[in-house]
Design a protein around this ligand. Sequence first.
Ligand SMILES: *Cc1c(COP(=O)(O)O)cnc(C)c1O
Length: 423
Amino acid sequence: MNTEKAYAAYLDQQDKLADFRHEFYIPHDTIYFDGNSLGLLSKRAEQAVHDIVESWKTDAIDGWTNDDQPWYYLSEKLGAMTAPLIGAKPDEVIVTGSTTSNLHQLTASFYKPAGKKAKILADTLNFPSDIYALKSQLKLNGFDPAEYLLQVESEDGNTLETQNIINAMTDDVVFIVLPSVLYRSGQVLDMKTLTREAHKRGIPIGFDLCHSIGAMPHQLSEWGVDFAFWCTYKHLNAGPGSVAGLYVNRKHFGQEPGLAGWFSSAKEKQFDMAHVLTPAPDAGTYQIGTPHLLSAAPLLGSLEMFYEAGIDNIRQKSLELTQYLIELLERELTDYSFTIANPRDTATRGGHVNIEHPDAARICKALKADGVIPDYRRPNGIRLAPVALYNTFTDVWDTIQILKTIMIEERYKFFENERGIIA
Ligand SMILES: *Cc1c(COP(=O)(O)O)cnc(C)c1O
């Protein structure tokens, strides 16, 4: 392996996606490796926000039906623009809600307990919000989560074995929710196999795509995945609190949503104001109320860039960046007790690298003080996400050198080894 800085520059020169970096606002003098928590603002996303504010200013109520970007159809349009990123049909995707509210909606719609056959299968490594949502849905249905929520254990604390998940798909399970990529270790689960096995047992299965959407391709329709949901502020760069998305396979079309509202209506019927809902014939029916247009707008600009870049190219560069990071870390920081806690192989490695160290919290603080933005995850994880659309191989090289200096000079010892309020 070539560890020279010139080699990083050479890789940057070869990079087909290099120009996209100039479309983003990169905070001054920083190397931003936190795009898996909050993606950066692009000029196109900014413009899209500006445009919708202008439309409100000039069109007022007519904005709902104006010619160029009618607000009434924006959620459907954004859904169709998202579809290629997850291998879905345009009408299987809608931009709505938040990750967690969409999970509530999908659980209310697809969790169908039948007597004692009522268990939900999840895992022990998922993001807490998903688990809270599943537990509250169980309680709403009169089931004790301690008994009715099964959580697959991890053998190594970082990853899940496909076979262990399959073994947990027992007779009493009627609903499965798993992450596509684990938020801490970045492991990609084998969604195709898990879906096939769930369906052999007649169990609907869905995935939380928060850490995979925008970072890698998916084939949800082809795999027959029943439903999925995600946020848009991580790899999709649509800004803090931007409107989320969900997918429902066409085979489920024609049902009423578990949580209905007037935006669940067929578009042409909604303004009939009838008290009997005519559900939209597609994923649009999983909407509830008026869309949050100001925080959906950035996606218009952002998704355009994903379309131009191509998700396969994004995945390829992402894997090259993380590979380069892992190799440099192993070369340059052998003496400092770092452990690479994410899977190595390209099939199961997501968009970020997760390195563990007993002093992780304060190493993160030292990195920040030196202009590198990582993110810390309890108890000892440092997540570094070099993002294909705006990070460079030189960013990776520089980060390793900065980290090396911090370790050699023990500069992390100036900080307390505790997490901040947001970390
Ligand atoms: C980021 C993330 C969430 C956050 O949920 P919100 O409702 O968007 O706040 C939920 N689940 C996973 C797996 C995440 O990574």
